[in-house]
Design a protein around this ligand. Structure first.
Ligand SMILES: [Fe+2]
Length: 493
């Protein structure tokens, strides 16, 4: 029996899937389980490409009536509350699960920026204004007023004005912002290079005077009617940095103790745990990192992480995304953790490995999980925001991401971005929750019906963080009820 279980897990992992414990239990009781598993995988690949976790509901049965033995029909599952037969409802957006490779050709960069522009243009057009192209406005008479959708190439600050060099799909132009208009000036300060935004302008000779400037943003009200939601919880974590001398294993053990033994009614309802990157500290991530490491090999770090995560109750489904410390290619979008490491981390083949960023649906709630590397570039660029003020300003940064509708608005700074044919970093679907990490400051807040979270860290302040004045929030888990979206920031010590 044990061998069969191992074989099932091996096949599932090799095919790039995960499987629930319940589905394994059922397979073990069937005739020809391996044949049925293979048929199930073929069917999923053909008919349900977004499913990555094989649940009991996906199993393909040969003999008529075989399924009845399990006694759970689709409609019954819909009506059940959380019970012993509970099974997770997870959908991972396939676009983020690939390892993209580029050849470094100019056309790839052009196509990437074209995709970024077109996707954000579509979002801006939904606001209802009529936009025209730069070249068409050039031909219009003096004093004509119009709306443009542009990407920022360069910004220059002069005594009385700010000049924006911008382009659209027809050409380039200069936009003038008068410093007398203080409201407009504030908006212009927040516009980042390579970002796409809308402007209302008046034509003066061959340049345009900006009258108003607006970001793609999200509508005030955008939620549709609630779908089918069960009263279950997700715990959001990130930045454990296992392998670092500064990893607070003692704090994390308090967390494990809580999820294993607490009588809190909500603990019993925790069904998902999402880790948004930097599970391990990695090796060679920054100069002289070896002085700060408890384990000098990445395999040892991952082995240790595997031991720690194995203490999480099996009924809680664990999703793991990559960060800048993981042994994965560094450019965003990052693929899920490679198979060689998954085998060490996840001996039973139970975890779900996702890309960074990644859209994931849990119980019909859409999560955008993103480690948050580009927050560093935004901190550098935006006025009045620094690492020392981060515990106050992290919410502002996360709001900005939503207003820009882009996870990495600045191209070519510290965050390397892979020029994929489609710009996957545009927030094309408005999520229910944005879950970030990376800056090690815990936060939970909201902006226009979207829950914004940074899940803090489990690593004490590093020497680098001390130098830049960053005070991390150590030992935080963010607990969210997926039915009501109520949030609890829970500290462990
Ligand atoms: Fe981190």
């Amino acid at each position: 029996m044990e061998n069969l279980r191992k074989k099932i897990i091996e096949i599932v992992l090799a095919e790039g899937y995960n499987i629930t414990a319940e589905a394994i239990n059922i397979l073990e009781r069937l005739d020809n389980p391996i044949e049925k598993l293979k048929k199930t995988i073929e069917k999923l690949r053909r008919e349900m490409p977004s499913v990555l976790v094989i649940g009991s509901e996906h199993l393909v049965y040969n003999e008529p009536g075989e399924r009845i033995l399990e006694g759970v029909s689709e409609t019954e599952v819909e009506e059940k509350e959380v019970t012993a037969e509970w099974s997770p409802r997870i959908e991972v957006d396939e676009r983020f699960q690939k390892q993209y490779r580029i050849r470094g050709e100019a056309s790839e960069f052009q196509n990437y920026f074209k995709s970024r522009y077109m996707k954000l243009k579509r979002i801006l057009e939904e606001r209802g204004e009529r936009y025209i192209r730069i070249t068409d406005l050039m031909k219009a008479p003096r004093n004509s007023e119009a709306f443009l959708i542009v990407m920022l190439l360069d910004k220059k600050d002069y005594q009385n004005s700010i000049i924006l060099m911008v382009e659209d799909d027809s050409g380039q132009t200069r936009l003038i912002i008068s410093k007398k208009d203080t409201e407009l000036l504030k908006k212009a300060e927040k516009v980042l290079p390579d970002q796409v935004f809308g402007v209302r302008v008046t034509k003066i000779n061959n340049t345009f005077l900006v009258k108003d400037l607006f970001l793609p943003d999200v509508p005030l009200k955008h939620k549709t009617i609630e779908k089918y939601l069960r009263d279950v919880y997700v715990v959001l974590l990130s930045d454990l940095h296992i392998g670092s001398k500064k990893f607070r294993k003692d704090y994390f053990e308090s967390f494990l103790d809580w999820i294993n033994r607490s009588r809190d009614s909500e603990v019993k309802k925790i069904k998902y745990i999402v880790i948004a990157g930097d599970l391990v500290d990695g090796v060679g991530v920054f100069p002289r990192q070896e002085d700060e490491l408890e384990y000098n090999s990445i395999n040892q770090q991952i082995e240790e992480a595997g031991k720690i995560l194995s203490e999480i109750p099996r009924e809680m489904k664990i999703l793991i995304s990559a960060g800048n410390h993981e042994p994965v290619s560094k450019a965003i979008p990052q693929p899920p953790l490679p198979l060689e490491y998954r085998k060490i981390l996840d001996k039973n083949g139970e975890y779900i490995f996702i890309g960074n960023p990644c859209y994931v649906k849990l119980e019909d709630r859409l999560l955008l999980v993103y480690h948050g590397q580009s927050l560093d570039d935004m901190i550098q660029y935006l006025p009045n925001i620094s690492y020392t003020t981060l515990s106050r300003d992290i919410g502002v940064l996360l709001e900005m991401i939503l207003k820009y509708r882009h996870l990495t608005p600045i191209y070519g700074e510290n965050t390397s971005i892979l020029p994929t044919p489609e710009d996957l970093l545009v927030i094309d679907e408005i999520p229910d929750i944005i879950h970030t990490g990376h800056v090690h400051v815990a936060y939970a807040g909201g902006y226009r019906e979207v829950l914004l979270v940074n899940s803090g860290t489990w690593q004490d302040q590093t020497s680098f963080q001390r130098e830049i004045g960053l005070e991390p929030t150590v030992g935080t888990a963010i607990l969210i009820n997926l039915k009501t979206l109520t949030v609890r920031l829970k500290k462990f010590s």
